[in-house]
Design a binder for this molecule. Structure first.
Ligand code: NAP
Length: 339
């Protein structure tokens, strides 16, 4: 690796929703970038992206892209990560991958630094960044699980358009404008009209289980990050007409009884969490307040009255899925890799 105060850093997918946030996170966190190489598809040749106030020409990704590069963030697609991450690693480049290509591979650590940062101790060549719902929800689950092992999680999500990429965010605006104008709207990116609507997550249903691809990923990834392979989990993932920041309702059943007041105290002191739990003002986490923030907002912490044993609590979260659910978490991983 080059002098670690002056690293050559590549961002694959620099023109996308996550890529744009990666550039901003690297800049605002003072990551020691010497040279930044923005990479995208051949469609983006001729485009520029801005880094530290200067325009940088986007290059088309190729098998030669990683010569001399110390660290590469991948934020394109599974196919791109599968094809190019091994080439980058072969060049001696460390990879932090935002796609789901490697997340469940036994050799690839799947990391949220506040939760299982110890998995980075051996400075692995490739680290997987979790699914956005997994990364955000585990921020609240881990502080509970450490004190009182979780036995079961039931989750429902309210997922933002930008979770499906920059084009989906644009489609939300166009679909909403059409709905306001009373016009019909033919969706191009998502399966259904998005204006004043919500729908089951746009990933395919597994006919064997009835769960969609997003739900299946979240459940498997949470087990891996928490190191709890037998954890019972069920999620329902829904797209809602919100531009940015995913919200989720979680009900958590633990090994022993627990008090909501204790859970509130654990959340208040957990790194990367912000308590928004004002019953008098009926003020709880909202995506509009989570957007653009590093912290995951948590509130509505209460006993689950459907469990008379007192071992279950319910809570509500909002977190910016482009930040803690993607770019911020990836940059935190990279910071640990070069520390
Ligand atoms: N959005 C989220 O909240 C989120 C959260 C966690 C993880 N992720 C994951 O992060 C990745 C990026 O998601 P996104 O939301 O940022 O998508 P996006 O907005 O659609 O951006 C995709 C990026 O990938 C580039 N790309 C596409 N095909 C390529 C190719 N053949 N070679 C090189 N670059 C190519 C695009 O470049 P062009 O502009 O040239 O097409 C663009 O820069 C995905 O794997 C996604 O699952 C997303």
């Amino acid at each position: 690796m080059t002098d670690q105060h002056n690293l050559d850093v590549a961002v694959v997918g620099a023109t996308g929703a996550v890529g744009a946030e990666l550039l901003r996170c690297l800049e605002r966190r003072g990551f020691p970038v010497g040279r930044l190489k923005p990479l995208a598809s051949a469609r983006s040749a001729g485009r520029t992206v801005e880094f530290r106030g200067a325009p940088l020409a986007v290059e088309a990704l190729s098998s030669d892209s990683f010569a001399g590069v110390d660290l590469a963030f991948f934020a394109a697609s599974n196919a791109v990560s599968r094809a190019y991450a091994p080439l980058a690693v072969a060049e001696g480049c460390r990879v932090v991958d935002n796609s789901s290509a490697y997340r469940l591979e036994p050799d690839a650590p799947l990391v949220v630094p506040e939760v299982n940062g110890e998995a980075l101790a051996g400075r692995p060549a490739l680290v997987a960044n979790p699914n956005c719902v997994a990364a955000i929800s585990v921020m609240a689950l881990a502080p509970i699980h450490r004190r009182n092992p979780i036995q079961r999680v039931i989750g429902s999500t309210y997922q933002a358009a930008s979770g499906a990429g920059a084009a989906a965010m644009d489609e939300l605006k166009a679909a909403t404008a059409a709905a306001l104008a009373g016009e019909t709207f033919e969706p191009q990116v998502l399966p259904h009209p998005y204006g004043f609507n919500l729908f089951s997550h746009n990933t395919a249903i597994d006919p064997a289980t009835g769960y969609n691809g997003e739900e299946t990923k979240v459940m498997a990834e949470l087990r891996k990050i928490l190191g709890a392979p037998d954890l019972r989990i069920s999620f329902t993932c829904i797209r809602v007409p919100v531009p940015r920041a995913h919200s989720m309702a979680l009900t958590v059943e633990c090994e022993r009884p627990l008090a909501p007041e204790d859970v509130e105290a654990w959340m208040a002191e957990a790194a990367g969490m912000r308590l928004v739990n004002d019953a008098a003002a009926n003020r709880y986490p909202m995506p509009i307040e989570a957007s653009g923030r590093d912290e995951v907002l948590v509130g509505r912490i209460r006993r689950d009255l459907s469990d008379p044993s007192g071992r279950s609590v319910s809570l509500f979260l909002s977190g910016d899925q482009l930040l803690k659910g993607a770019a911020l978490n990836a940059v935190q991983i990279a910071e640990a890799l070069i520390a």
